[in-house]
Design a protein around this ligand. Structure first.
Ligand SMILES: *Cc1c(COP(=O)(O)O)cnc(C)c1O
Length: 831
């Protein structure tokens, strides 16, 4: 009976697979003949192969510069005398890549030989930069730097030539990149299957979007694999996917029949490339929304395209093992990074039932032992749902699989468990029975997964008590868990803050142990009182501020006082993240400064307030926030009364590389979302790991950070209240201070006030994000920050203690939790 498979007791953890499985190697790592013990080589003369393969990676001085020069001359076909930074970047990247490929081949051959269980992390976003990371992880940064200078370039200029890969929006995409770094570092067999716009600010403060130039130049990190193609079928026709080989798999869409020669010959040139254009559009854009559902057909196509291509690849690798499908979950776990790749669930059903002729119940058992789902938000506007007519038109077979078979038998199981509870049934259904009907992706992800996790303690609790409560009642709590997010200390300390990294190494000895076991940072507590150490600590922060000030001056022409406190809020612009609260606080500070006498102003502690972040192009309110920030900044920065004591800047085009520059320079960073709305946050972790203190609400992972570093070393404020309450009380009563500020904006103090009315009205009436509730306690917290900063020694100790206690937030810890608590995989060391 189909329904019995929904019995909660059936859905458990995949069993441990018997270890060690021997098969023939396909890579050029010699396999040994079991009988004779002799090495087996694929073909030809063994000596010649060995000599070629022994060609050591470029680690000695000459071989590095030789390799770079060779790539300039041959791969790039450029002349040495007219080589620019970009050309040099490409040659350096290719040289580093040679080295990576040798390691990668060995790793793949090793995995093929040992056939460990593999985890696949399916993510529609990936936010990273490659060259610096590769150099650091290979331990070749200094050697390359020397050789690059010998060729007349600097490593810094060359690193600047690499555009960030614009494949993600914010935290979710960046998390995927941190987890890839950690899974390699922890030697886990994790495979990643996997542009945004460039932000410009117009003279009136509006955000403008330009195409992201990331893919303008050929990308040295991709290796096209024209030999690996899979068919992905839409409507009734199909398209090809080509695989690029790396740890991160990117798929490119090509039409199955490319160029239409008949139309071309008939003079219809547009029609000739039409098929090609529609296919390629699938992989051409990244929807620029963060924490907001868009519901566009092309997006659904993308979701299906990427998951289907990845599943086909996973299936091919599994079939190579020659095992029965019932053992699939013993060799494969698939992690869904949010609901974006959830179509992988019905797709695996389709492959098993339609193509492999596995019986429906057995197939469903396999599926539900393979998938696990990470929820990233409880915000209602971010929960994905697709109109059923759209799904059925684009993916006809899914209509049957998800709508009929799954949907019906699941509802029957719920009905048996909670007889007559129609309201519950309607909530848990895969289908939202409105007009049109919608497929609820989170419900489908829960149904098809053996484990569901949130990304911080509070968020996981909220998931289980709000949006997925019915499913907890049905399956029991053991199907749900928490894995608090983490960040990679290789990028977010060693790479972006080399000054601090070196200082830490001075205290802890060798750098490799603490970077791989971040809890060792606790050793810093031994020297927190050491005056000389504190001085060095302050010097590092100062140098980071100067590095940033230099960047700001070259980009904007504005000089900032580096003796100021640097106060930073950088993240996607979103009402729930409350950049509005920050800018209202800035206005309050400004108005206060205006009331002071010149003598009093001299005593004011100087502050630089920095903002950066993109708004989704269609998000009107978020774009208004950017305009407000830019225009408030303009007024304050031009006012002689605030000169040197308050500077406000919006830095355009936030990205990973800008983050790497901003974060190490911060004294304080703001994470001030309405409590209960930020699932975890990861930039809070990045700032604290660089010795910036946390000013935040009781939300997401900030709670756990404060627990770890000590409440007295962080500035948390606001209520732990998650539910919105309607405010019948007028704003003047709720927060007189905030009311005054709204009136100043309306009144035109920062340019034409009428522009901002839609933004101001959301606060005056309704105030969904509770700005008026938190404003006064926010100002109190800011006052504490000011007072604390005056005592340099005590502040520095807070910073040292913060860094010392950040060990928990390494993505190494997080990825090992996924490996042990969800995927059941083990480190598989390349020997
Ligand atoms: C870390 C990071 C984020 C996430 O920031 P939150 O403050 O956690 O939302 C977004 N964008 C970039 C470029 C990042 O590096």
């Amino acid at each position: 009976m189909a329904a019995s498979i929904f019995d909660p007791t059936v859905i458990g953890k995949p069993q441990q697979r018997p270890r060690v499985h021997k098969r023939t190697a396909t890579g050029y790592i010699p396999e040994r003949d079991e009988a004779t013990g002799k090495e087996i080589w694929p073909r030809g003369d063994e000596g010649t192969w060995k000599k070629g393969l022994a060609n050591a990676p470029p680690t000695d001085d000459d071989s590095i510069s030789n390799s770079i020069v060779r790539h300039v001359q041959t791969t790039l076909a450029r002349q040495a005398y007219n080589l620019d930074n970009l050309g040099a970047y490409q040659a350096v990247a290719l040289s580093v890549r040679d080295d990576l490929i040798i390691n990668w081949n060995a790793t793949q051959a090793h995995f093929t030989r040992t056939a460990p269980k593999r985890a696949y992390y399916l993510s529609l976003e990936f936010l990273s930069r490659t060259l610096d990371n590769a150099l650091l992880n290979l331990g070749l940064r200094d050697k390359f730097s020397e050789n690059i200078s010998k060729l007349g370039f600097t490593l810094e200029d060359i690193l600047d030539s690499e555009r960030d890969a614009g494949l993600g929006n914010g935290g979710l995409g960046r998390l995927a990149a941190c987890y890839l770094d950690s899974s390699a570092s922890m030697e886990l067999p994790v495979c990643y299957t996997y542009g945004i716009f460039q932000q410009l600010i117009a003279p009136d403060g509006s955000q403008l979007e330009a195409p992201d130039p990331w893919l303008k130049h050929s990308n040295a990190w991709e290796i096209p694999r024209f030999d690996v193609r899979v068919d992905v079928r839409f409507y009734g026709h199909s398209e090809h996917a080509t695989r690029n080989t790396n740890n991160l798999r990117l798929w490119d869409a090509q039409p199955k029949s490319g160029f239409d020669l008949i139309s071309f010959n008939a003079g219809n040139y547009e029609k000739a490339v039409e098929a090609s254009n529609t296919a390629q559009s699938i992989t051409r854009v990244l929807y620029p929304n963060d924490n907001h559902d868009v519901g566009k057909e092309l997006r659904l196509k993308q979701q299906y395209f990427w998951t289907a291509a990845s599943l086909s690849d996973i299936m091919r690798r599994f079939k190579d093992l020659g095992k029965p499908f019932t053992e699939f979950p013993q060799y494969v776990s698939i992690q869904l990074n949010d609901t974006h790749p959830t179509l992988a669930i019905p797709e695996l059903m389709r492959i098993l039932v339609d193509e492999e002729e596995v019986e429906w119940n057995t197939a469903w058992q396999i599926v539900t032992r393979t998938f696990a789902y990470t929820n990233h938000t409880v915000l209602p506007e971010a929960l994905e749902k697709w109109p059923i007519p759209l799904v059925e038109n684009l993916l006809p077979r899914f209509g049957v699989l998800a709508h009929d078979d799954l949907h019906v038998s699941f509802l029957q199981a719920v009905e048996r468990r909670f007889p007559g509870d129609r309201v519950r049934l309607a909530r848990m259904s895969l289908i939202d029975e409105s007009h049109p009907k919608y497929l609820r992706m989170a419900n489908l992800a829960v149904l098809g997964s053996f484990k569901i996790n949130g990304v911080a303690e509070l968020h996981s609790q909220l998931v289980q008590t709000t949006i997925l409560k019915d499913f907890v009642d049905f399956y029991g709590p053991s199907k749900f868990t928490n894995i608090t997010n983490g960040i990679t200390p290789r990028r977010w300390l060693d790479q972006c803050n080399p000054g601090l990294s070196n200082l830490i190494t001075e205290v802890l000895g060798d750098k490799s142990p603490w970077l791989k076991d971040l809890k060792l940072l606790k050793g810093l507590l031994d020297v927190e009182d050491n005056k000389a150490f504190q001085e060095k600590w302050i010097t590092v922060k100062q140098q980071n501020k100067e590095r940033l000030a230099h960047y700001i001056e070259t980009k904007t022409g504005i000089q900032v006082n580096t003796q100021s406190m640097f106060d930073v809020q950088v993240k996607r612009i979103h009402e729930y993240k409350r950049q509005n609260l920050n800018i209202m606080g800035v206005i309050h500070r400004y108005l206060t400064i205006k009331t002071l006498s010149p003598a009093e102003r001299k005593k004011v502690l100087p502050r630089v307030v920095l903002f950066a972040g993109k708004a989704a192009p269609g998000y009107y309110q978020a774009k208004l926030t950017i305009r407000l920030i830019v225009n408030v900044a303009r007024v304050i920065n031009a006012d002689p009364d605030a000169a040197g004591i308050l500077t406000v800047l919006f830095i355009p085009d936030y990205s990973v590389s800008l983050a790497e520059l901003l974060i190490p320079a911060a004294d304080i960073s703001q994470h001030i979302s309405t409590a209960g709305t930020e699932a975890s946050g990861t930039s809070n972790m990045k700032f604290c790991l660089s010795g910036g203190l946390l000013l935040g609400t009781v939300d997401g992972a900030s709670i756990e950070i404060a627990e770890e570093v000590g409440e007295e070393n962080a500035f948390l404020f606001g209520d732990l209240r998650y539910q919105h309450q309607y405010h019948p009380i007028p704003i003047e009563k709720r927060s007189p201070a905030l009311s005054v500020i709204l009136d100043e904006i309306s009144g035109g103090r920062f340019g034409d006030g009428s522009i901002y009315e839609p933004l101001l009205n959301t606060i005056r009436y309704g105030d969904y994000y509770l700005l008026s509730d938190d404003f006064d306690s926010y100002l109190e917290a800011q006052k504490m920050v000011d007072e604390n900063y005056l005592d340099v020694e005590s502040w520095t100790k807070k910073c040292i203690r913060t860094v010392a206690n950040m060990g928990k937030f390494s993505s190494d810890r997080a990825i090992m939790q996924y490996a042990e608590e969800i995927w059941n995989i083990e480190p598989n060391r390349l020997v």
